[in-house]
Structures are given as C-alpha cells and as structure tokens.
Ligand binder design. Sequence first.
Ligand SMILES: Nc1ncnc2c1ncn2[C@@H]1O[C@H](COP(=O)(O)OP(=O)(O)O)[C@@H](O)[C@H]1O
Ligand SMILES: [Mg+2]
Length: 586
Amino acid sequence: MSDNGSVALRGLRVLGSYVRMHPWPFGLAVTGASLYSFATVASTIVLGRVTDKVLLPAFDGSGVSSTTIALGALAIVGVAVVHALGVVSRRFFAGLTAARVSKTLRTRVIDRYRVLPLAYHQSQPTGELLAHAEADVEAATEVLHPVPFSMAVILLVVLATAALFLTDLVLATVGALVLPFLAWLNRNYSARVEAPAERVQARIGDVSNVAHESIDGALVVKTLGRERAEVDRLARSAEALRIERVEVGRLRAGFFPAFNAVPVVGIVVLLAVGSWRVSTGAITIGVLVQFIALFQLLTFPMQLIGFVLSELPRAVVSRDRLEAVFSTEPGMPPAAESLTLPSGPLDLSVRSVTAGYGDVKVLDDLSFEVPAGSSVAIVGATGAGKSTLAQLLLRLADPDAGSIRLGGHDLRHLASDDLRAAAALVFQDSFLFRSSIRENITLGADMDEARVRRAAALARAGQFIDRLPKGLDTVVGERGVTLSGGQRQRVALARALARDPRLLVLDDATSAVDPTVEAEILTGLRRELDTTLVLIAYRTSTISLADRVLFMDGGRIAATGTHAELLAREPAYAAMVQAYERRGAR
Ligand SMILES: Nc1ncnc2c1ncn2[C@@H]1O[C@H](COP(=O)(O)OP(=O)(O)O)[C@@H](O)[C@H]1O
Ligand SMILES: [Mg+2]
C-alpha cells in the first residue's frame, strides 16, 4: 500500500500525537529511562576501571589498598541504585502514558459514535464498531510502552558510541559496521509486514461481527437449529484471522532472530580484533572488557528500537482505522444558536419533506400540520415510510428537502438537548437495558418515586410491575428478554411518559399490547397528558381515538380527516383498515 519510509514517518507522527495528548507522564518516563542510560554507560566504565585498578593488581600480586576496594564497591552500588530508580520510574510512567492515551482514544471513538447520525450506526455492523473501540485502540497504543525506553536508549547509543570511539578508534569502527545491516533488515521487514498487519485488524472486526450477530440472534439461531452453521461461520472467520496472524508471526519470527544475531556476530569479530590489539599492546585488557560490555549494551537498545519499528506498522494501521471514524462527517450539523421553545404542548409542522435512503425516495414532498395539544394518527401500508417520518420528527436524520418545525422553530435550529427534552419517540421494539425497571424508566435522570409510578400507571404497566418479585426494582434480562413483548413496550412507553414530553410520537409502540389495554392507554394519555400526540397505528380502536387521521400513500399524505370521514370517503383507506382489522382480530 505505501512504502516503508512513509510507514516510519506516519508512525512517528502517530507517536508525536500521543505525546501531545499526555506530555507529562511521557516526559517523566523518558527522564527515568535517561537515568537508566547514564547509569548503564557509567556501569561499563566502572567495570573497566575496577578490572584495571582492583582485579588485575590483586591477581598479579602488586596489591590493592582497602580504600580503593571500598571506592570500587561504592561505585558499583551507587550506579546500581541510579539504574534501578531509572527502571522503576520509566516502567511506571510509560505504563501510565499508554493507559491514558488508550483511554483518550477510546473515549474519542465512543464520543464520535454518539454524534454520528443513526444512518451511520445502521450502516456499520456492531462488531465492527466494537472492534474500533477495543482491538484498534489496543493495537494503536501498544507501541507506546517501549517508546520512552527507546528514546532514552538513543541517548544510550550516543553516549556509548562516544565512549567507544574515545576508548579505541579501530575497534569502534569495526563495531559500527553492523549498523547498515540492521537498517536494511528493518526496512525489509516493515515493508513486508504492513499489509498483513492491516488485514489482521480487519479480520478482528469480521470475527467480532460474526460473534456479535450469532449471539445477538441466539433466539433465531436456536429455533431454526442453526447452531452448527453459526459455529462454522465463526470458525471460518476465525480461520481467516489465524492465517493473517500466522503470516505476521512468521515475518516477526524471521526478523527478530536476524536482528539479534547481527550484533552477536559483531561481538565475535570484536573479540578477535580486540585480542590482537591487546597482544600488540595498543589497548589494555580492561579497555577490551569495557569495550565488549559497551557493545553488548548497545545490542539491547538496537533490539528495542527494532521492536518499536516492528510494532509501528500495526499502530499506524489501527490508527488509520480510528481516524476513519474520527473523520466521518456527522452529516447533521448541531444547531448554532439556542432557541427557547414555548411552554406546553408543541405544534408540529411538516413542510414539503422529501427523504429516503440512498437513491430510494421514501417521503416525497410530504406536508401536514398538527396543532399544539391535538392528536393525529398516521396510517399507511407497511413500507409507506411511517417509521422514516417518525425518525425525522425527532431529528434522528435530516430530510433531504423541506423542513420540520416544532413550536415554530426548524428542528435544525434547536439544540439537541432541548429537542430531546421536549419530544419523545417510542418504537415498536424499544431497547431495554439489563438493569431494574426503575432504571429503565429513569435512565439515570433524577426522578422521584411518584413520577416513575405515575408514568408506569399511565402506560398501564403498574399492575404487572407490582406483581414482579421486586416490583420496580426487578432487574430485567439483557434487552428485557425476561418480559413479554407487550410488557417491554409498556416499560418503554413509561420511560417516554416520565419525561413529560410535549410532543409524543408513538411508532407502533403498543402493537404487542391487547387492543383493549391499548385503547385504555391512549384514552388515559389524551386525558392526563398535556401533549401533542402523533400516533402510528393500525387498529381501528386506536386510530379512532385520534382527533385526525393522516392516510399515507406513495410517500405523501393521500387524505386527511377523521377516521369516520376517511372510512366513508376513501375506499383505499377503508380497504386497508378493514384488512388490518381482520388480521388483528386473531
Ligand atoms: N435503514 C434503512 N435503509 C434503507 N432502507 C430503509 C431503511 N429503513 C427503511 N427503509 C425502507 O424505506 C421504506 C419505508 O420504511 P419505513 O419507514 O420503515 O416504513 P413503515 O414504517 O411505514 O413500514 C421501506 O421500503 C424500507 O424498506
Ligand atoms: Mg414502521
């Protein structure tokens, strides 16, 4: 996809952005690692000195003073303490940096999901969305752990190289010859690993999708006996992931030993050349010991830098996947100004609204008005666009043309919080969280008991809730699976009612409730709730409770009037309602 040079560059840019996110812990980690570097170089110098001043004189019988021995011991211990301090602070703060950066990224992803419109969520599989927030964040930030260390080892390399050249020019030149080999190895590896690394992250998303779908669809899977097939489907995508991971693993497996072997061969060559230099008297044994120790010290930083370089492609790939989320346009710009809505029920005005999905037009120049405090029933065949319209009324999407006004203001000019506080939409299958019924109604808002109970009673949910083992505090299963469809619908309705909406849109929201109970609910709402009501329904008993009926056909309002008027006047309407009635009377 792109060459190695640009991966490294992009990697550095990614790392730079992380450092800017949390500069403090990162700076402290680098400081700790620098302490380590100084202490390490110092330890080799101490080692060389102790060899020449303590060990060799002790063995060749020329004698060492106890002060010299004590100084030697002190130097060794002192250097070790600084070394340990450096390691501890580097590890602690590097971990802290990585944890903070991944939290920042994860929060950004989720925050982005929050502002992206419903259409985005509908177009992305859930597993993919989860993979961005989990696997991609992990892979994008994992590289951070060794970064402070490798920055400090660059310092170590500089110090050690300086020390090497100061110690002996000939040996240092021999040692420096391994570097071009390492650079070549790394270039070669990065170029080859980027594409498989990218495929690994994509496959993780696939596996996550399949797993999510088959778990989410457990009911369908089990009733149709599709368990085996679902397991096979998962096995296939897990296998695809395995293949890509093995490919990355194979490349890494070849890279690391080679990267480690080059310096080892270097040491052998140095020992040979060094022994010759000692024999000619050009250097002392102590200098050779120090030299080998220094060189060996360098191999670790080289390995570490190699490790960072090998992790970078993965980080870059994952970060690219996250950037794709960050750069997705919300599509629905937030309101620039904050307008105040009038108090009490809100009038609704839909003007020449056109909307659809992609190229498919669902609503075509549709207009109607609902006076404040009145109720309309929207009736139309399946697929007529009723739910699409309901979503527009709550600004879950914006129309392609035309406008929707609530309380005299275009929805696009209202702050999202104001709109959500004023209007509520209940669907046919609203989502219940795995928590108590009370929490499902309040959704964390501060509401007193009386308010929750009143909303439950209005939704005709009070009775069945009281019969549950812990009443309002009964915990429902995930998505409310421990309740019946009609009970779930009534909890969802209570959730909307507890917010005293001034526009209430019910999209088939009571379809699973008994017709008599449904009629009771709506009569109760009309009597006790001061709201504008838009009712999408198909039962005659329900429709006839609305002040007015809008008959939707062909993406427009084909006819309006009371239920009785339309029955008498519109044969198409009468035919449809009667067909629904026959079906509904099961
Ligand atoms: N998210 C979507 N993406 C693409 N097409 C959709 C989507 N939702 C609904 N549609 C299509 O739009 C049309 C209207 O759907 P909808 O508004 O749900 O109708 P209704 O609620 O009246 O049954 C249908 O043809 C449906 O297939
Ligand atoms: Mg619908």
